[in-house]
Design a protein around this ligand. Structure first.
Ligand code: GLY
Length: 352
């Protein structure tokens, strides 16, 4: 897998990446290195990481509890306190070792600590490899509202080592697959077809291609003024559904990928109704998604709560919900307003 140049930083792959990390630490003469992880990555990923990371610097490990529910400002305060107590300073480096919660939250913690220290992302889930760890979005949730607090800040380096995927569940792999489907639908139909045809998928190729696409998009529009909005396909309704399940104590949480997979089916349906996206492609998307993710029956009585949560989407301006829809595969339209009735209809379409 070839190194990807992502503007100010590089994404290095597999075993050779650790040498680049050791060099980075040496060249920048960091005062100390903090590793942010959770109980899962401490047990399953840290041993591999630490045996490959050669440094003379002082290393401190900071563990937080896993789970989206902990991606909040209170956890950040805990990490800031820990770094302070452990003598962190402006020349400290923070390495995040984990999934999207760790890389998003860790990037945010680093970017705010003493007005910003360097950080390196080492994603350990498919979702964080293909999406969260690359592109400079950092942040935390506000209650159940996803990623409401945060800033754009680039890491110094990203290390993608697909060996870590042996430590995650099949459900987590599927969660990341939803982001790959998103890249396929909005940017590279071949990628979607690879998943659709369920060829023997070479995961390292999928990861490399996904990061290349994300990088191409982000380099053109780092602050999401325009093109980058395509990376939100399926996420507008998907985030509201994810938040709804997060706040419903009697319902099992959905993974991020499961929620945005539902969002992609619904938003394809909206695309069909509003933009003439071909009906057979809507059905194709639905079929592919339902072949990967078991259907979550969205209860009609829950629709109004989901609609309420939609009002908090970050792309909303003046109270208007903005969707990214498709004219066709690889042909998108941003900032689409969708009548409430059609949003409800799209959830019924998903249920059918
Ligand atoms: N996850 C969407 C983005 O990074 O823009």
């Amino acid at each position: 897998m070839k190194t990807i140049q992502a503007g100010t930083y590089n994404v290095h792959f597999q075993q050779k990446a650790y040498k680049f990390l050791s060099n980075l630490v040496e060249d920048n003469n960091y005062s100390s290195v903090f590793i942010l992880l959770d109980e899962n990555t401490l047990e399953h990923c840290y041993p591999k990481f630490i045996s490959n990371f050669a440094t003379e610097k002082r290393i401190e490990v900071i563990e937080i509890e896993s789970g989206e529910i902990n991606k909040n400002i209170d956890t950040c305060i805990g990490v800031w306190n820990a770094i302070t107590e452990l003598g962190g300073d402006r020349k400290s480096l923070l390495i995040t070792l984990g999934g999207g919660v760790i890389t998003d939250l860790g990037g945010f913690v680093a970017s705010c600590f003493k007005r910003g220290i360097d950080f390196v992302n080492i994603p350990t889930t498919l979702l964080s490899m293909v999406d969260a760890s690359v592109g400079g979005k950092t942040g935390v949730d506000l209650g159940v509202l996803k990623n409401q607090i945060g800033l754009f800040a680039n890491p110094k380096m990203v290390i993608v080592d697909s060996d870590y995927l042996t430590t995650v569940t099949e459900r987590e792999i599927k969660s990341g697959t939803a982001e790959i489907i998103k890249y396929g639908l909005t940017y590279d139909t071949d990628l979607f077809n690879e998943i659709k045809n369920n060829k023997k998928l070479e995961i390292s190729n999928l990861i490399q291609r996904s990061i290349e696409i994300k990088n191409e998009v982000v380099l053109q529009d780092p602050k999401e003024q325009n093109l980058r909005k395509i990376l939100n396909f399926g996420h507008t309704l998907g985030h509201a559904i994810e938040s709804f399940y997060l706040e419903s104590e009697d319902k099992e949480n959905l993974t991020h990928g499961e929620a945005i997979a539902i969002g992609m089916v619904c938003e394809s349906f909206m695309s069909y109704k509003l933009l003439g996206f071909p009906a057979e492609k809507v059905n194709e998307i639905k079929e592919v998604i339902l072949s990967i993710y078991k259907r979550t029956h969205l209860l009609k009585e829950d629709f109004s709560d989901i609609m309420e949560l939609l009002k908090h989407d970050k792309k909303n301006i003046n109270g208007q919900v903005n969707f990214v829809l498709l004219n066709d595969y690889e042909d998108y339209k941003i900032d689409c307003k969708v009548p409430e009735k059609l949003i409800l209809e799209s959830m019924e379409f998903y249920n059918e």
